[in-house]
Design a protein around this ligand. Structure first.
Ligand SMILES: [Zn+2]
Length: 162
């Protein structure tokens, strides 16, 4: 058991984008996306980074260990299942998410109109108020137009603290 009342987790994810595939970020389908994620699962780069942030905060490894992308059973899976599992592991160790910060780097489409939807969706998955989920959007400035990149930090709070 950790001696620390608070622990910080960091997660990162990226997917290549292709025409004819859906784009889902934070559990929210992105309308009018010309390109979607190439992935074994639903390719939700926000939720993959959220799950890795939860796991890394308690040194529990990464989602590849729990959901190997070679396993047929996870093909096309809803990434909300991955976050739920990571959250369960965090809670088993006596911690809960405090707040999370999400950064999404994507050139197109502009995600600003989805900011509240993504924050609400991620907050609901983590049983947090929407105000505890920060969502920032960046572009690659044309360096990686067929690519989505995400970074997430998560504060984990031990039960009885805060
Ligand atoms: Zn991913």
């Amino acid at each position: 058991m950790s001696a620390l009342p608070f622990r910080i987790g960091f997660g990162e994810d990226a997917h290549r984008l292709e025409a004819g595939r859906p784009l889902v970020l934070g559990g929210v389908p992105v309308p009018h996306a010309e390109l979607g994620a190439v992935a074994h699962s639903d390719g939700d780069a926000v939720l993959h980074a959220v799950a890795d942030a939860l796991l890394s905060g308690l040194a529990l490894g990464d989602i590849g260990q729990y959901f190997p992308d070679t396993a047929a059973e996870w093909a096309g899976m809803d990434s909300r299942v991955i976050v739920a599992r990571a959250l369960e592991l965090v809670r088993e160790r006596g911690y809960a998410p405090g707040n999370v910060a999400v950064v999404v780097t994507l050139d197109r489409p502009k995600l600003g109109p989805l900011r509240a939807d993504i924050a609400r969706s991620v907050a609901a998955l983590l049983s947090l108020p929407e105000s505890e989920v920060g969502v920032s959007f960046k572009t690659s400035e044309g360096l990686a137009p067929a690519h989505v990149q995400t970074r997430v930090t998560a504060l984990l709070v031990r039960a009885g603290e805060g």
